[in-house]
Design a protein around this ligand. Sequence first.
Ligand code: HEC
Length: 162
Amino acid sequence: MFNSMFSKQILATALFCLLFAGPGANGTENQPKKVDFKTQVRPILSNRCFACHGPDEGHVESGLRLDLVESATAPADSGAIAIVPGKVNESELIRRILSSDESERMPPPHFAAKLTELETQLIRDWISAGANYSKHWSFDSIHSLSPNSMVDLPTPSPFPDA
Ligand code: HEC
C-alpha cells in the first residue's frame, strides 16, 4: 500500500519534470535546428544553384561557388557575401532567394522556380547554426588537436629498474 503510493508519487514527479522542464531545460528551444549539409542542404543548392554557382569551372556566375565554403563565405563579384555563418540577415544568399524583385531573385526566374518554404527554412536554419560544410573527419581532427589537449605522459625514469 505504502509502496504503491510512493511509486505513484515518483511517477507523478517524473511526469511533472518531463512536461515542464522539457524543451526549455535542455536549451534547444531557441537554438536553430541541426541541419545536415550533405543530406539536406547540398541537394537543394545542387538542384537549384550549382548550374551557375557550382563545381563547373567553366560556368561560374558572379565569382560565386556555393559548393566551396571558401568561396561561399567570401565576397563575390559585387562585394556581397553569400553566406555569413550564424548571420542569416547578413547573408546575401538569403536576401536573393527571398527577393520579390525578379531581377535579383535566385535562382533567376527564367531558369527555375522560387525555392519552397521548406527549402528556404532548411537553408536559414543551416546558416544560423553556423553553415557547417561537413568535412571529412580527417580534416576536423587536425583542428581539434592542440598540444595542450595532449595527455601528460610521465617523464621516463633515467633508471628504468629503480
Ligand atoms: C541560371 C544561372 C543561375 C542560377 C541557377 C543561380 N544563379 Fe545566382 N547568380 C546568377 C548570375 C548571372 C548572378 C550575377 C547577377 C546578379 O547579381 O544578379 C548571380 C548572383 C548571385 C548572388 C550574388 C553574388 C554577388 O556578386 O553578390 C548570389 C548570392 C546568388 N547568385 C545566389 C544564388 C543561389 C543561392 C542560387 C540557387 C538558389 C542561385 N544563385 C542560382 C546566376 C544564377
